[in-house]
Design a protein around this ligand. Structure first.
Ligand code: 6PG
Length: 508
């Protein structure tokens, strides 16, 4: 709890959906906030909402109309939170704070979905003016209001000041069971349990981890959509029937926030209409870029993340609505299949197992990517702690994250989740149904790119021998790129003189 003073504990800039709700969350937890937005109507609306929720007791939020006023309202050293769009706006706000007289021991926390390399540069760039700290936030507007997952990184000193505040406003899980502790009403706070907020590492590490979180989010969402597609277009089930199936799935290993909201989206009908809204939503997916950044980073780091990349491609393909429409007139699919009730039920069960296995692979890719990036940048990431943070508050929160936490607690240096004893056993148990689901969907002509990319990933990762031997031969043939041999010592390189008559093999 903050000390009593007429000055505010925290300055807040950017009162969009996330910003406004983070301010109210801070206020519920006893922090007095000075709030500023370029659009003063947002400031007024927030003050009105605070007064209504706080039943007109002492105001917990003070509205400000300039950067100077914001600084004047704060205790020193200042602590300022930014909730502004990623990119140039962050720098514009930082420059305005410098103009308003921010001091070197003041802390500015960027909570947007910034590109992690920008965060690294900003820490350096503003070092003489103030401490640039970052904390990625996940959980959407409800999470921001009642408990998000927070991924702070940067100055360790800044973290000592931010930690009590972040621990207060973050989502919490029961310390013994790992289950989320419910908080859903204005004024309600949760003081017990483990907060879904922990120091991630040096500047950029938190935003990198949040980027991978979003990459996994893309994969998770896409795979649920693929299951829906098979059930809807392949098995011709109604939206309500699919919602019922997903609801049942949400009671077991697939229990997750994304599954839960998919049920609600599938059931939703417009007022006074029998029409399900999902059937009226245009099938063109938007994206703000974090999934793409994850896919690009996986290629740069050299970490296979085909499920995540495929989820990004699926959104890109969806955007070609017109081209797909005309191609649908000319490109043929498989012959229509007749599927009886018994087989339908089998496919539904197979899809469940496919989704579970494919999901394990998507997380395995995300965690391995973070591990390789951590080594490359000396971040020393703690994967058990990251999995713990993601157990509640964030968009990918799921029961399953407790098993990931356990895996990294058993073996903190685990190279890949697939080789953890629990997950390898789960994959062995359910892989047969996964294969059937991929085969059936393929035979029905329903694209399930992410679920099948996961299966190829699994099969590649469990292959002691891959066809890269032929590939190396091809490279050597046209580019003299050389190859190693399994029958010769490590490190020796060979080349075939392909254009010579006798094609001699030489050591190079
Ligand atoms: C979260 C979300 C949030 C946002 C993403 C995804 O963790 O709260 O990931 O950050 O929804 O920006 O956006 P797109 O799907 O538009 O890329």
């Amino acid at each position: 709890m903050p000390e009593n003073s007429t000055k505010c504990d925290i300055g807040f800039i950017g009162l969009g959906v996330m910003g406004k709700n983070l301010v109210l969350n801070l206020a519920d937890n006893g922090y007095k906030v000075a709030a500023f937005d370029l659009d003063y109507e947002k400031v007024s609306a927030l003050i009105a909402q605070d007064a209504a929720e706080n039943q007109n007791q002492q105001p917990r939020v003070i509205g400000c109309s300039s950067y100077t006023e914001l600084l004047a309202q704060l205790k020193t050293p200042h602590l300022i939170v930014l909730s502004v769009p990623a990119g140039e706006v962050v720098d514009q706000v930082c420059q305005n704070l410098i103009g308003a007289g921010i001091q070197p021991d003041d802390i500015v926390i960027d909570t947007g979905n910034s590109l992690w390399t920008d965060t690294v540069s900003r820490e350096e760039k503003y070092r003489d003016n103030f401490i640039f700290f970052s904390s990625a936030v996940s959980g959407g507007e409800v999470g921001a209001r009642f408990g998000p997952a927070l991924m702070p990184s940067g100055s360790a000193y800044a973290w000592t000041r931010v930690k009590p505040i972040w621990s207060a406003i973050a989502a919490k899980v029961d310390s013994v069971t790992g289950k989320p502790i419910e908080r859903s009403k204005p004024g309600q706070i949760v003081t017990q349990g483990d907060p879904c907020a922990d120091y991630i590492g040096p500047a950029g590490a938190g935003h990198y981890v949040k980027m991978v979180h979003n990459g996994i989010e893309y994969a998770d969402m896409q795979m649920i959509c693929e299951a829906y597609h098979v059930l809807r277009a392949g098995l011709k089930l109604s939206c309500d029937e699919i919602a019922n199936i997903f609801e049942t799935w949400n009671e077991g290993v697939l229990d997750s926030y994304l599954m839960e909201i998919s049920v609600e989206v599938l059931r939703h009908k417009e007022q006074d209409s029998d029409q399900h809204l999902v059937d009226l939503i245009l099938d063109k997916a938007g994206q703000k870029g974090t999934g793409l950044w994850t896919a690009v980073s996986s290629l740069e780091v050299g970490c296979p993340a085909p499920t995540i990349s495929q989820a990004v491609y699926a959104r890109s393909i969806s955007a070609f609505k017109e081209l797909r429409g005309s191609a649908a007139q000319t490109l043929t699919g498989p012959m229509t299949q007749t599927i009886d009730e018994k087989e339908k039920q089998q496919i539904i069960n197979q899809l469940h197992d496919a989704l579970y296995c494919a999901k394990i692979c998507a997380y395995a890719q995300g965690f391995q990517l973070m591990k390789l990036a951590s080594t490359e940048h000396n971040w020393d990431l703690d994967f058990s702690s990251i999995a713990k943070i993601w157990r509640s508050g964030c968009i990918i929160r799921a029961v399953f994250l407790q098993s990931i936490t356990d895996a990294f607690t058993r073996e903190p240096n685990l190279e890949n989740l697939l080789i953890d004893s629990f997950f390898s056993e789960q994959l062995s148990k359910y892989q047969q149904n996964w294969r059937f689901a991929v085969a059936k969907s393929t035979m029905m002509g329903i694209p399930i790119g992410a679920i099948s990319a996961s299966l190829s990933y699994y099969d590649s990762m469990r292959s002691a021998v891959l066809p890269a031997n032929l590939l190396q031969g091809q490279r050597d043939y046209f580019g003299a790129h050389t190859f190693a041999r399994i029958d010769k010592p490590d490190g020796q390189k060979f080349h075939v003189q392909w254009s010579s008559k006798d094609r001699n093999i030489v050591q190079v």
